[in-house]
Design a protein around this ligand. Sequence first.
Ligand SMILES: NC(=O)c1ccc[n+]([C@@H]2O[C@H](COP(=O)([O-])OP(=O)(O)OC[C@H]3O[C@@H](n4cnc5c(N)ncnc54)[C@H](O)[C@@H]3O)[C@@H](O)[C@H]2O)c1
Length: 433
Amino acid sequence: MIGGGYVGLVSAACFAEFGVEVAVVEADGTKLAALRAGRMPIYEPGLERLVTENVAAGRLSFGDDLAAGVADAEAVFIAVGTPTRRGDGHADLSYVYAAVEQVARVLRGYTVIVTKSTVPVGTGRRISEIVRQVRPELEFDVASNPEFLREGSAINDFMRPDRVVIGCESARAREVLRGLYRPLYLIETPIVFTGIETAELTKYAANAFLAMKVTFINEMADLCEHVGADVHDVARGIGLDGRIGRKFLHPGPGFGGSCFPKDTLALMRIAQDAGAPSRLVETTVAVNEARKAGMAARIIAACGGSVRGKVIGVLGLTFKPETDDMRDSPSLPILARLVGDGAVVRAFDPEGMEQARPLLPDGVSYCHDALDAAQGADALVVITEWNEFRALSPARLRAAMRGKVLVDLRNVYDPVAMTQAGFSYHAIGRVGG
Ligand SMILES: NC(=O)c1ccc[n+]([C@@H]2O[C@H](COP(=O)([O-])OP(=O)(O)OC[C@H]3O[C@@H](n4cnc5c(N)ncnc54)[C@H](O)[C@@H]3O)[C@@H](O)[C@H]2O)c1
């Protein structure tokens, strides 16, 4: 497994749990040192136990010696990052191609080189060319096996996925991958075998569709506010229709995270370059960007038009609960604007504060817990729906604050209970919001 990040580490630990022997090659010395010392470099529920058990069982190991890691491997998975390339929105494939070149140099016999990273259509072909250039005599196949796990429930998603997609073109590669996923085959997980381009596109299509669904309900939430409707009832009313489905119909401050923003942008570029632009995806990207930028204005309006000198308590910084991942989190533009406008920000996140610190403006203070963040605040803002925020006592929160404004960007609270507790409560797309 080349890359021991969110996807590489989880995939490696889960394959090891299936009984496969997995060597993780990680280039980042700090992450590697943590892994070798038995500490997880990321927060993902259940991961530490799974890693510890499989290391103890001798099935999972970590190192930076690529040659040793891939020497007798049947398959080498590339799970390095594919962030947005600066300036043009394309996926940056430099880490993928660098990893492939390094791997190609040290392979010893027939191996399947599998992209687990999310890569644009055509990357698999390019990988074949690179390997052939570096090692003309080597026997190998290239396959695409995109990963659909969600941070926060990554282990369960890997162990019990809705489906596995495998793009490959030789029977030999198919057998290697079928073997690796045998435990899932036994629990009747659909395994979709396709061509390489199809598998590559399927991952982007899935993420773009989900991002579009979130963006749709966000627009409906705005409309609800204008016409006096309740977006939760609208979501339930449409979500019970099996053709639509209930998931991904929760309104919020706009999608963020390590995947949707970069994958929608990349798909937009892939489609434009292919001469078949996707206006739906382009619009989703634009609507979401505007939404994230507009969230601070919503908070400022709730504070009476200015936050200069006001104390704002912030609950949640990560892009979603149960992760420490801050990549493209809506909290980044929101806090930048609030601090820029002269607010004094007191923030708390259960897992994300270490990752948040270098990304947020100086002047944000980091609190011990939610009540600490509310202390003396003129307004309190919920940005991430961590479960522990749901359980807070409205009366204690209200008592800790100086003001009474509560802006709930995730609709975690009951508007009636909050109003009764004395808050001026602002939700997304709800009556009373
Ligand atoms: N994070 C998710 O929820 C998720 C879900 C599905 C798919 N993906 C895709 O999986 C890929 C990886 O995402 P991630 O979130 O795990 O990224 P990440 O940044 O957490 O991890 C990538 C890791 O690869 C390491 N690395 C880079 N080059 C290397 C090399 N040559 N040798 C060894 N290690 C190297 C980096 O140090 C880093 O630790 C991306 O393409 C992403 O789009 C991510």
